[in-house]
Design a protein around this ligand. Structure first.
Ligand code: C2E
Ligand code: CA
Ligand code: CA
Length: 896
């Protein structure tokens, strides 16, 4: 927005600049035009004055010329008159006459008289003797002019001509007429007067050095303005000269004149004129410039004002909209007279008609909730009296009985003219209040839920470490205890012995008298063990009918072979004592294998394995006896090595293949997936399960290898089934902890380009024990991101924190069979399972129950809302090729 208005103001600025420049430009043009005009006028006036100056000077010359010539002519006319009265005049008389006339200062060089056109008289004679006797009628050069004078009867002026005597002269020829004896006027002859040109010019001032004008004269032989130039320079004629005519007795001359040096004369006072013009220009342009500036400023101010007005309109429009949209009611009260002004929304809020009617304090007070009334009124009066600021929350009861939560704020203000007023707003906060209440409720609920979760966790944790039937510690607990001991042993702090006890005849009782009897025997055995051991001993149930006693002591002296043998013997004896089960006398027995750190080949971490080996030997030796682990038994370990070698070659030969156990929808019992379980198709020993090879494989660190083969085979198998017309929606594979941590795992998976959601990874709960590291989380997230589902396997056997498991957001929990199996007999176990299922669902996690061994289990799980089932009751693991038949058979059975 800022950029836009900047642009706008820039454009406006440009326009303003142009306007003010235009003013200045116009003013400049006017001023320059005026200056040019003034200079032009000045030039004109000067030119005219110059011309009239030249004219007056030329006129003066003309006057002098005319004067001189007339004076000469008058003189000669006098002579002519004398001759007319005395035609017989002789040279002497002529000379005397002319001599007397020429005394005056005239330019006549000489005068000659030619009676009958032959020169007879001349004065002065000296220097002109040659002219006497010249006959004009025979003189080529004179004849024309002479005849012209005679014929016209008047003076004919010719010249200037080059004179025989040298120099130049004008020649005036006067015809002379005389009266004969009879008184008749007849032509006498010609009198010629020669006027010296130079003298004439000098007399007329033409040759003055200080003559300010340059003159040329045209009209040789008095021929007028069109005649030939005989004085001055040709250039004067072409330079627009001033002309004056010189009037002669027989025609005219024309004087052409110009100032000396031509017309281009410096104009006096020109510099001053420039100075004046400049001053005038500044006087005009300066104020124009300033005025332009002021006008610009004014335009800008007007534009700014308009902009501000628009902005104000925009703002108030927005404010109006905002107030409307916010549903805030506005009120104003005159503090002095209690008059209230409410807007429509206030009325709406308080359930009054929007009639713009008068409102006052009672209108407000009437609506207050009785429980809030006192406080609300107190808040208001406190604001009026003390603080000037009003803030109150209260409830209203409307006419229809509904309750509305209102928040009111306001403040007192006073301006100079009006009495003090309090202005404020009200708005409906009912939703907020309700939401806050709901939130509080939710917090309470979730706290309760957390407590419940915590108790579930504790129970699971206890379950995780204890056997539900006997209440004894379980296998896991035992493993921990042994690990703890191994550490203490390594530090030299303690030694320990392990007694591994296997019940004899248990299976028989179980099979003949039923599970319940079997269970009773197990409880009995547990009690026997509890009583036989020292209080510091550790007793655990580690398998169906297997128990372990751990005795830890500070030194070997407390772990004598005798005392261990005693314990074993006591146990065996006590176990053999008959017990009653529902009036049946039941007898069981037991075999004991013993291993201790005190052995020559002591290895704390291998105690259990060693005791197991000893037990195996004890059983083989016959029932109800015990056996110490020995060197000899050590040899059996070597067997394990053989198994290890065997596994290696088995892997090389590709003898490890998956078998598939179907998984079923708990409601429809349709096959929704399979779990791939590793099997060893041993060339000699036949089909072997993980129980046979997994432990050793782990020691060999080849479980990853097995896992990856199972995955590859399973992915391929999904395709094969598909080709055979069986679509298995999903297959789960087991993934060991090492494999999950393997950095190359994901790259390998990406390369396989597995179709999304077709493969699920089962991660045993124990993987997440102590694993709070984010790397693992990231791995799991990446698995999901490439379309592989994640399931928590054996859920409920470990004590990984439930919260951290749920944080992984697995697609599915697989509840371990340890938790599933007791649900038929135990209400508490059913409830526990129900809670787990509910919790899973509340987080959008599916729940599958493992170890569904009977249809009763299946139906209970169905009722508890479990999503999927897996177990022997529905299907055992089977080779891939058998699955087709299995699925088809089910389909057929269903159809029929
Ligand atoms: P698991 O993942 O909990 O697999 C389920 C085991 O329970 C299987 O034993 C299966 O045959 C058995 N089972 C299925 N239904 C029932 C039932 O109704 N009742 C009883 N009592 N058992 C039932 P299996 O195949 O012997 O596998 C044992 C364990 O070995 C598996 O437990 C799994 O932890 C591990 N395992 C199997 N295959 C692989 C594998 O490819 N890789 C890895 N890392 N572990 C594997
Ligand atoms: Ca599994
Ligand atoms: Ca499992």
């Amino acid at each position: 927005m800022g950029g836009l208005s900047d642009q706008k103001s820039n454009r406006r600025g440009l326009r303003r600049i142009r306007a003010s420049h235009l003013h200045l430009l116009l003013a400049t043009i006017v001023v320059v035009a005026a200056a040019i005009f003034a200079l032009h006028q000045n030039q004109n006036v000067f030119d005219q004055k110059l011309r009239s100056d030249v004219l007056s000077k030329a006129s003066l010359v003309r006057a002098k010329l005319e004067g001189s010539i007339n004076a000469n002519i008058q003189l000669v006319r006098g002579l002519v008159a004398s001759i007319e009265t005395n035609p017989q005049i002789e040279q002497a008389e002529f000379s005397e006459l002319v001599g007397s006339l020429l005394t005056q200062e005239l330019q006549i060089r000489h005068i000659a008289a030619a009676p009958d056109l032959v020169v007879k008289l001349i004065h002065p004679i000296e220097g002109n003797e040659r002219a006497v006797g010249l006959d004009y009628r025979t003189s080529e050069s004179q004849r024309g002019a002479v005849f012209q004078a005679r014929n016209s009867g008047g003076l004919v002026l010719a010249g200037p001509v080059d004179l025989v005597q040298g120099g130049q002269g004008f020649i005036g020829r006067f015809p002379v007429f005389s009266r004969n004896a009879m008184g008749v006027r007849e032509f006498w002859g010609i009198v010629s007067a020669i006027v010296d040109v130079e003298q004439l010019y000098r007399q007329s001032g033409l040759l003055d050095d200080d003559l300010a004008i340059e003159i040329a004269i045209v009209g040789r032989n008095a021929a007028g303005g069109r005649g030939e130039r005989f004085f001055g320079a040709e250039s004067v004629l072409g330079d627009n000269p001033v002309t004056v005519d010189v009037l002669l007795p027989s025609g005219t001359w024309q004087i052409a004149a110009r100032p000396k040096g031509g017309w281009d004369q410096p104009i006096p006072g020109r510099g001053q004129l420039y100075a004046w013009l400049l001053a005038a220009a500044l006087l005009v342009l300066g104020p124009t410039f300033i005025m332009g500036r002021l006008m610009d400023e004014r335009q800008r101010n007007i534009a700014d004002m308009r902009e501000r007005k628009l902005e104000l309109e925009r703002l108030s429009r927005r404010l109006r909209l905002a107030v409307q949209a916010s549903r805030i009611g506005i009120w104003e009260m005159d503090v002095q007279n209690g008059e209230l002004i409410w807007d429509d929304r206030m009325n709406e809020l308080y359930g009054y008609p929007q009639d713009a009617g008068i409102r006052n304090y009672p209108f407000w007070a009437r609506r207050l909730h009785p429980d809030d009334k006192v406080r609300a009124e107190a808040d208001f009066s406190a604001a009026m009296r003390e603080t000037g600021r009003y803030h109150s929350d209260y409830r209203l009861i409307l006419d229809d009985g509904s309750i509305r939560h209102v928040r009111a704020i306001g403040s007192v203000f006073q301006d100079e003219t009006a009495p003090p007023r309090i202005v404020g707003v009200n708005w409906d906060v009912t939703e907020d209040v309700e939401r806050a209440e709901a939130l509080n409720m939710a917090v309470l609920l979730s706290e309760a839920r957390n407590a419940e979760l915590e108790s579930i966790r504790e129970r699971i944790e206890f379950n995780a470490l204890h056997d539900s039937l006997t209440g004894l510690p379980n296998r896991r607990y035992l493993d921990e205890t042994i690990a703890e001991h191994a550490k203490a042993f390594a530090e030299g702090r303690e030694v320990a012995a392990i007694l591994q006890i296997d019940l004899d005849r248990f299976k028989e009782i179980n099979d003949t008298l039923g599970h319940a009897a079997g269970d009773a025997m197990l409880v009995h055995a547990a009690n026997v063990l509890r009583q036989a051991v020292w209080p510091t001993d550790f007793v655990a149930r580690v398998g169906g009918d297997e128990f372990v006693v751990v005795r830890r002591a500070r030194n070997a002296a407390l772990l004598s072979a005798e005392s261990l043998a005693d314990l074993a013997a006591t146990i065996i004896v006590k176990l053999q004592e008959p017990t009653l089960y529902e009036e049946h006398e039941c007898r069981i027995g037991g075999s004991v294998g013993i291993a201790a750190d005190t052995d020559t080949i002591a290895d704390a971490t291998r105690l259990l394995v060693n005791a197991d080996i000893a037990l195996y030997r004890a059983k083989r030796n016959g029932r109800n006896c015990f056996q110490f682990f020995s060197e000899e038994l050590q040899a059996e370990i070597i067997t394990t090595k053989q198994i290890a070698d065997d596994i290696r070659s088995g892997l090389e030969r590709g003898e490890f293949v998956p078998h598939y156990q179907p998984q079923f929808d708990a409601q429809t019992f349709e096959i929704i997936g399979v779990e791939a379980l590793a099997r060893w198709e041993h060339p000699q020993k036949g089909l072997l399960g993980p129980a046979y090879f997994l432990k050793v494989a782990e020691e060999l660190d080849v479980v990853q290898e097995i896992d990856s083969r199972m995955l590859e085979a399973t992915v391929a198998q999904l395709g094969v089934w598909e080709l055979q017309g069986l679509r298995v929606p999903q297959a789960s594979v087991n993934v060991s902890a090492r494999r999950l941590h393997n950095a190359d795992l994901l790259a390998g998976l990406r390369k396989m380009q597995i179709e999304p959601r077709r493969i699920a990874f089962e991660l045993v709960e124990s993987i997440f024990l102590d694993e709070h590291d984010d790397r693992l989380m990231a791995h799991v997230d990446e698995l999901k991101s490439i379309g592989i589902d994640v399931e928590i396997d054996d859920f409920g056997t470990g004590y990984a924190s439930i919260v951290s498991l749920l944080k992984l957001k697995p697609q599915r929990l697989k509840i371990d069979r340890q938790l599933v199996q007791p649900i038929v007999g135990s209400l508490a176990q059913r409830q526990l399972l129900g809670s787990i299922i509910e919790m899973g669902h509340s987080l959008g996690i599916q729940v599958l129950a493992e170890g569904v061994e009977t249809m009763e289990h299946a139906h209970i799980l169905q009722r508890l809302g479990c999503d999927a089932l897996q177990g022997y009751a529905l299907a055992r693991p089977m080779p891939a090729r058998e699955l087709i038949g299995f699925a088809n058979e089910r389909r057929l059975r269903k159809a029929s």
